[in-house]
Design a binder for this molecule. Structure first.
Ligand code: HEM
Length: 222
């Protein structure tokens, strides 16, 4: 049972702990980060993130002045330009022609767009799920990708994971959690928001599931 008197940043982390674990230990992530998949799988994953961040950042200007979502929308978090540099490096100059969203990606991006225009607190949940994750576990992914596929350290291919304008990620995350604690959520909206957070994690796990079905490790040689 969740202790609903706890600060909201604790509630959202606790409510999604199990799903975080599932996403982190999904077959696709495991195969990717243990070197069982090639750089093409990393490219395909990065291309799916393009759709997610295009949706997250499409309404940034409007959301920046929203009383609920505004405190979270910060230019130093914006990832789309970095993703585009990575995709150009990983996929070559025609990367845009190769962009196709998996069904799980399309559903995820559509949900983000829906909350971005209709429900600011719901948008904050999706914002939290991605950006706070990128500032945390994302750093593990970057280090592994650089080594596995010989990508330039903090350079093209992994720029998505590099937050040049955030000099102290721990302090940034602390402030972010304080902003979460100040969200004006009342009564049933707390439950609704926590459900949305679980959905956000499930949508990431679904995406890994489809990527896993598409990119499996080469069969072992006999
Ligand atoms: C290989 C995959 C992953 C690894 C190794 C990983 C690892 C971590 C670690 C170590 C933290 C704690 C950092 C801290 O307390 O400062 C964290 C936090 C977080 N991760 Fe992940 N993670 C992974 C995948 C994901 C995915 C797929 C998502 C969702 C899209 C995600 C979302 C988050 C969020 C939102 C937090 C912040 C939790 C909080 O303190 O409120 N992570 N991750």
């Amino acid at each position: 049972m969740l202790d609903t008197s706890a600060p909201f940043s604790t509630l959202i982390r606790t409510a999604t702990e199990q799903q975080h674990n599932e996403a982190e230990h999904s077959t696709f992530m495991r195969d990717l980060l243990t070197g069982q998949l090639g750089v093409e799988a990393f490219y395909r994953y990065t291309s799916q993130l393009w759709f997610v961040y295009a949706a997250l950042e499409k309404h940034s200007e409007t959301l920046a002045s929203d009383p609920v979502a505004g405190p979270f929308v910060k230019p130093e978090l914006a990832r789309l330009a970095a993703l585009e540099a990575d995709l150009a490096h990983l996929g070559g100059e025609n990367w845009r022609d190769e962009l196709t969203a998996l069904p799980a990606t399309a559903a995820y991006a559509a949900r983000i767009e829906e909350v971005a225009t209709e429900w600011p607190a719901g948008y904050v949940v999706h914002h939290y799920t991605r950006y706070l994750g990128d500032l945390s576990g994302g750093q593990v992914i970057r280090g592994t990708a650089e080594k596995l596929w010989n990508l330039p350290k903090k350079g093209d291919g992994v720029r998505f994971y590099v937050f040049d304008e955030i000099s102290n990620p721990a302090a940034f995350k602390r402030d972010y959690r304080e902003a979460l604690d100040q969200l004006p959520l009342e009564g049933p909206e707390v439950d609704r928001v926590l459900d949305e957070a679980r959905l956000a994690f499930t949508m990431n796990t679904n995406l890994f599931g489809e990527l896993g079905a598409e990119c499996s490790p080469a069969s072992p040689r006999i």
